[in-house]
Design a binder for this molecule. Structure first.
Ligand code: ADP
Ligand code: MG
Length: 675
């Protein structure tokens, strides 16, 4: 932009981005013209306002730059108005009741804080998406609001520590993305994969991931060609892809970008997911982003690394070298602990989905109970603050916040507990509960918001204090005492932890259906409304869409299973049984013994009958879905999902008995050990 724009225009834009000033239309016009020229040079013929509706993925509608000149020719044109505002209508996105059809038109507004890019012949302009009445219909708007909010409250705290330079505090995020790659031809043969993104059936193969021979293993040629292509495409778009490796399950991989501000990270993650899919197709592969594509092996998640930094780049979760830096660190750390403890249910709701239900608590992914892992060193420090006992063995004095220097906290030792849903990793927190297909917006909105909430409470207490150091010490100590129940360093996979967490009064929502109603408790609505992140109706709309999404996904999965049972699995089983019967018949006539045929026919028939009953049951159950969405979710969870499990067990038994030539879709061995 600096190269393409006149200096005054560039600095107006800069001011708009850093100080939130309005951008005059004349400036927008100049930026639009420069953007168009830049994009056309890169081969663009169209532009699109790119937005993130509440579906969790992105949306785009392309317009060309062409404009007729009246003499039968066209010129390429793009105005400031077109850059700044769009009217895509876009009335078919879920709105959770925010848009009645008579006022259905949706508007997009340029987000000048995120970079535009050129892709597939179009100039992509990141935008917010709102209704005619100005209600946010997307995931970006509340994210931007939450970033402003946490910045404002964090700056307030920094002022108390004598920092009068920092204008803005930035929530920074690095999201590691896990995914599966499958051969396209095999994928195409499975209806479940095509319609739902995961295998709804599939007997366990003789080999899974028990040898740990895939994790960090040598990357196969076809996969490495894909990864290289992916990196090049992402770098070209300014997405800083940094790390790539094989993950735990066969065919599972991971990429991680270099962290950036939460808004850009969220845009980038959407791009990463979209480009992974497109790039895979180019290599005759299919990229699965589903949380649990295969039973019996690891599912995919997204590790959301989150921290706060000043505009000068100082990380507020880095323990520093002076008493003041360390006091600052402890205030931010305590605020985080308090926020997570008070709003654990809300944070849990942000990662609740049908896909993630298969992962959380399944001994491969963090439990559904939220707790924070701090590591030995930090725990020892916190214990000494809480107990008012000495931390330094030699000094025999207690640690006074704001006076003493904290002992140094080595980074490496703090990252080892992989069973924790939310781990401190040296200078950031790693939220490991996100599903691989989910937008990272919501958890980051809530992390920012709960942080803003507690920081603001802390600031109010400290601002009037007579003795700042004492007030600080008391504030940190009292809050740590009140909220230490959320700290847990042990094995999050164990059953003892579930019992212990219940004793501590931590919430445990094993599934999305059980969790989601907690989203709209009075306490949670109060938080997001008071902090200006959502209006009450905006927030309730998100709740409605969450529930609706869950219900629709389980519905589609159940109907796909019914379809496959009726049209593929039962016919295959019957055909193979018929063959066995024919063999039996001929062999009996020849007077041969027929033990194998008889037993196989018996087993096949028993499973076939049971599967027939199970599919009829699910068909009937699907006719009785309750009207109320929350009740429907519980019904799907209790009745439909268990019916689906029943069908699967029986179909998988049939698969393991049937001649491969008769089986209608590729098996787990085919899919997982082919590339
Ligand atoms: P690991 O697999 O051990 O968690 P990775 O290197 O794969 O580590 O991922 C770490 C992620 O955390 C990267 O995306 C990195 O950019 C990001 N990260 C590092 N520092 C910060 C920070 N201060 N704020 C947010 N994210 C960060
Ligand atoms: Mg990680």
């Amino acid at each position: 932009m600096q190269r393409c724009l006149p200096a005054e225009v560039f600095s107006e834009w800069k001011k708009c981005v850093t100080e939130g000033s309005q951008l005059p239309l004349s400036v927008a016009n100049e930026i639009a013209e420069a953007m168009k020229q830049w994009a056309v040079q890169k081969g663009a013929t169209h532009y699109t306002h790119w937005f993130q509706p509440m579906t969790g993925i992105t949306a785009e509608k392309h317009d060309s730059f062409i404009s007729p000149t009246g003499d039968g020719r066209v010129i390429m044109e793009f105005s400031g108005k077109e850059l700044v505002r769009g009217e895509p209508d876009a009335s078919s996105f879920p709105s959770g009741g925010l848009r009645a059809t008579f006022e259905a038109r949706g508007y997009t507004a340029w987000d000048p804080t995120s970079s535009a890019f050129v892709r597939d012949g179009s100039l992509y302009i990141p935008t917010c998406f709102c209704s005619y009445n100005g209600e946010a219909l997307d995931k970006k708007t509340p994210l931007l609001r939450s970033m402003d909010e946490v910045s404002r409250e964090a700056v307030r705290i920094l002022r108390l520590f004598g920092d009068d330079q920092t204008k803005r505090v930035i929530a920074s995020v690095g999201a590691e993305q896990e995914y599966f790659l499958l051969p396209k031809d095999l994928y195409a043969q499975r209806e479940d994969l095509r319609l739902t993104g995961r295998t709804l059936f599939g007997a366990q193969p003789p080999k899974g991931q028990e040898l740990d021979d895939h994790y960090f293993g040598t990357i196969r040629n076809r996969v490495s060609a894909f990864m290289r292509d992916l990196d090049l495409q992402l770098w070209r778009l300014g997405v800083l892809s940094k790390t790539k490796h094989n993950e735990g399950a066969p065919c599972q991989h991971e990429m991680a970008p270099i962290y950036t501000d939460a808004n850009t990270a969220c845009d980038d993650n959407q791009l990463i997911m979209a480009i992974m899919k497109k790039c895979a197709a180019k290599h005759n592969l299919v990229c699965l982003l589903h949380e649990k594509p295969f039973a019996g092996i690891s599912g995919s998640g997204k590790h959301n690394n989150w921290s706060l930094a000043t505009d000068a780049g100082s990380n507020l979760f880095s323990p520093g070298k002076t008493p003041s830096q360390n006091a600052r660190f402890l205030v931010f750390l305590t605020a985080f602990i308090v926020g997570v403890d008070e709003y654990q249910d809300l944070l849990r709701c942000t990662v609740a989905s049908a896909g993630n239900d298969h992962r959380l608590g399944a001994n491969e992914a963090p439990p559904a109970i939220i707790s924070i892992f701090l590591g030995d060193e930090l725990n020892a420090i916190i214990k000494s603050i809480i107990d008012d006992t000495s931390y330094h063995e030699q000094k025999k004095s207690m640690l006074r916040i704001g006076v003493d220097v904290l002992p140094s906290i080595p980074k490496d030792t703090t990252d080892r507990n992989r069973t924790s849903p939310l781990a401190f990793t040296g200078n950031k927190f790693e939220l490991r509960m996100l599903g691989s297909s989910q937008s990272i917006a919501e958890p980051n909105i809530i992390l920012n918001t709960i942080m803003a909430e507690t920081l603001s409470r802390f600031a109010a207490q400290l601002e009037g204090a007579e003795d700042f150091d004492k007030a600080l010490h008391d504030l940190v100590r009292e809050n740590l005492i009140a909220h230490q129940r959320i700290l847990f360093d042990g094995n999050g996979y164990s059953d003892e932890w579930k019992k212990e967490a219940a004793r501590r009064g931590l919430s445990n929502f094993p599934s999305a259906a059980e969790c989601l109603p907690a989203m709209i408790s009075e306490k949670n609505i109060d938080l997001v409304v008071r902090r200006g992140i959502y209006t009450e109706s905006e927030f309730r709309a998100r709740y409605a869409i969450h529930l609706e999404g869950y219900n629709k996904i389980v519905n589609i999965e159940a109907r796909t299973m019914v379809d496959m049972v009726i049209h593929q699995i039962l016919p295959a089983a019957l055909n193979y049984t018929k063959v066995l019967c024919n063999v039996l018949h001929s062999k009996q006539q020849a007077g041969a013994s027929c033990k194998a045929e008889k037993e196989l026919i018996g087993e096949m028939s028993a499973h076939t009958d049971a599967l027939y009953d199970a599919v009829q049951q699910v068909r009937n159950d699907l006719k009785n879905i309750p009207q109320d969405p929350a009740q429907a979710a519980m019904y799907y969870h209790d009745v439909i999902v268990s019916g689906m499990e029943k069908m699967r067990v029986l179909a998988d038994k049939l698969e393991s008995l049937t001649d491969k030539a008769y089986w209608p879709y590729p098996t787990y061995s085919d899919l997982l050990f082919y590339i």
